[in-house]
Write a protein that binds this ligand. Structure first.
Ligand code: 6PG
Length: 252
C-alpha cells in the first residue's frame, strides 16, 4: 500500500484533481468510473463541478457515475445520496451515465446482488481477485469513523466476499447499501473528503491508530495498489504533522 497523501480541503484543488483523474482514466481506458460519496460534505464539490467551465472541461459522456453507498429510500427522498448528487451536479452534465443503487421495489439483499451485477457488467475487473476496479472512489467519514455505510460493529464491515452489501446505520435512515472494503481497496484512487471539528477525534484514531485497539472503518480503507488521498479541512490536521514523518508526500 502506498503512503497516504494529506491535502487541505480546497474546492479549486479538488476540481482540478478530479478533472485530472478523469482525463487520465479516459486517456488510458476510454472511460472513467467514479463512485460518489453521500452525506453533506461532497455537495459543495458537486455544485462546484456543475459550474459552466467544468461542464465543458471534459467529455462527460465518458464518465460513469456510481455510488459508494445509499440510504434505502426512494431516489427522490431528501435523504437519498443519488438525489443529492443528481440535484447538485449530474443533472447539469450534457451526457453521462448514472448507475444509482436500486432502492425501489426490491429488498436490500436483492438490491445488493443487482448492483453487483451492474458493477460486473460496467467495470473492468481485477482478474486475480475478481473485483471491480473504480478509477476513483469518493468517501466521507463520520464522527464515529464510519465511511460509506461501513459502520463500526456492523456485519457489512467484515464482508470480504461480496462487492455490495446491505448495512445498518445507527441513525435514520438505518437501512443502507454499501460497497464493501475489498471493492473500495481495489480502486485506483480513493479520496476522503473530511470537514467538521466533530470528526477530529475519529480522524486522529484513523490516521494514528492506537496499537491493540480495533481499527475504525475508515482506517481499514487501504487501497491495495491505488492512491489514498485525505482532503482535510484546515485545522483538522493540527497535530498530525508532528507524528507523521515528514515526506514529500504529506503535502501539508
Ligand atoms: C452517507 C455517507 C456517509 C458520510 C459520512 C459523513 O450516506 O451518509 O456515505 O459515509 O460520508 O457520514 O457525512 P457528512 O459529510 O454529512 O459529514
Amino acid at each position: 500500500m502506498r503512503r497516504p497523501v494529506y491535502l487541505h480541503y480546497d474546492l479549486e484543488a479538488l476540481q482540478g484533481a478530479l478533472l485530472t483523474a478523469a482525463r487520465m482514466a479516459i486517456a488510458d481506458r476510454g472511460m472513467c468510473a467514479i463512485a460518489l460519496a453521500g452525506g453533506s460534505t461532497p455537495r459543495a464539490l458537486y455544485e462546484a463541478m456543475a459550474q459552466p467551465p467544468m461542464l465543458s472541461a471534459l467529455d462527460w459522456s465518458r464518465v460513469a457515475f456510481f455510488w459508494g453507498d445509499e440510504r434505502f429510500v426512494p431516489p427522490d427522498h431528501p435523504a437519498s445520496n443519488f438525489r443529492m448528487a443528481f440535484d447538485a451536479w449530474l443533472r447539469y452534465l450534457p451526457q453521462s451515465s448514472c448507475f444509482p443503487m436500486p432502492t425501489m421495489g426490491v429488498s436490500p439483499e436483492d438490491a445488493s446482488h443487482q448492483y453487483e451485477r451492474t458493477l460486473r457488467s460496467e467495470l473492468s475487473l481485477r482478474k486475480e481477485e475478481d473485483l471491480p476496479i473504480f478509477d476513483l472512489i469518493l468517501l466521507g467519514m463520520g464522527d464515529d469513523g464510519h465511511t460509506a455505510s461501513l459502520f463500526p460493529g456492523d456485519f457489512a464491515l467484515e464482508e470480504q466476499a461480496r462487492w455490495v452489501a446491505p448495512a445498518v446505520a445507527p441513525s435514520e435512515p438505518a437501512q443502507r447499501l454499501t460497497l464493501t472494503l475489498p471493492v473500495i481497496n481495489a480502486a485506483r484512487q480513493v479520496w476522503f473528503l473530511v470537514k467538521g471539528a466533530s470528526k477530529i477525534d475519529a480522524l486522529h484514531q484513523v490516521l494514528q491508530p492506537e496499537p491493540g485497539k480495533p481499527l475504525l472503518p475508515a482506517a481499514r480503507v487501504k487501497p491495495v495498489d491505488g492512491e489514498l488521498l485525505w482532503w482535510l479541512e484546515k485545522g483538522l490536521d493540527a497535530g498530525l504533522q508532528e507524528k507523521s514523518p515528514p515526506t514529500g508526500e504529506d503535502r501539508f
